[in-house]
Design a binder for this molecule. Structure first.
Ligand SMILES: [Zn+2]
Length: 201
């Protein structure tokens, strides 16, 4: 499966062309639509879509140029919504919250609590700063984002749930969950973020 970020073909809606600018003038290997408007295709996008649904390409002639394997090689991703939440392992000792990807920060990021004023949470700038001050943390979070991206690229789910846990669910996991949400939002996903243990405190 392609790991590179792909663009969505406006005709067949497979992720089969270059992303953004890179995909301009690309010819989709699934439906043969040229990503440059109606002109180069000698038909409207609407016509092309209709044809794709009926015969599997923008027109009969295009069928000759299409490798049928392309439909398996490229994906029509369903994923559009990602839920990110933070939680504290100490409150979930019996049954951990359900999710598609669980991230345990306890041994990955040092607990910043000892160096912080009382009562602050992962929503306070001082906590965010403390966590991102450490090169080791930054390195870990960047590798974590790669892991998340890979999971998201591979999933067939429509809604993907990421749970980020630390010991008490109010410092590390809040900062990292917010960071994940912000990063994924930039990718165009619809994101909801929830901090379970901040709420019930
Ligand atoms: Zn296409």
């Amino acid at each position: 499966m392609e790991n590179k970020k792909m663009g969505k073909c406006p005709c067949c809606e497979y992720y089969s062309i270059g992303f953004g600018e890179e995909g301009l003038w690309d010819i989709c290997p699934v439906c043969f639509w040229e990503n440059g408007g109606d002109g180069p295709n000698h038909m409207t996008l609407e016509e092309a879509r209709k044809n794709f649904n009926q015969i599997g390409a923008i027109d009969k002639k295009a069928l000759e140029f299409i490798n049928p394997e392309s439909k398996n090689k490229y994906k029509r991703k369903m994923l559009n919504k990602i839920k990110v939440f933070s939680f504290g392992f100490k409150y979930f000792s019996e049954k951990l919250p359900e999710c598609n990807l669980r991230i345990d920060l306890r041994n990955k990021i040092q607990n910043p609590q000892d160096h912080l004023p009382k009562g602050v949470t992962g929503r306070d700038a001082i906590v965010i700063k403390t966590i991102f001050k450490s090169e080791q943390n930054k390195k870990y979070i960047s590798s974590l984002m790669k892991r998340i991206q890979k999971k998201i690229n591979e999933t067939d789910l429509e809604v993907f749930i990421i749970a980020v846990g630390c010991r008490s669910g109010i410092h590390r996991s809040v900062v990292v969950a917010d960071y994940i949400s912000e990063s994924l939002k930039k990718e165009g996903y619809e994101i909801t973020t929830e901090h379970i243990n901040l709420k019930i405190r």
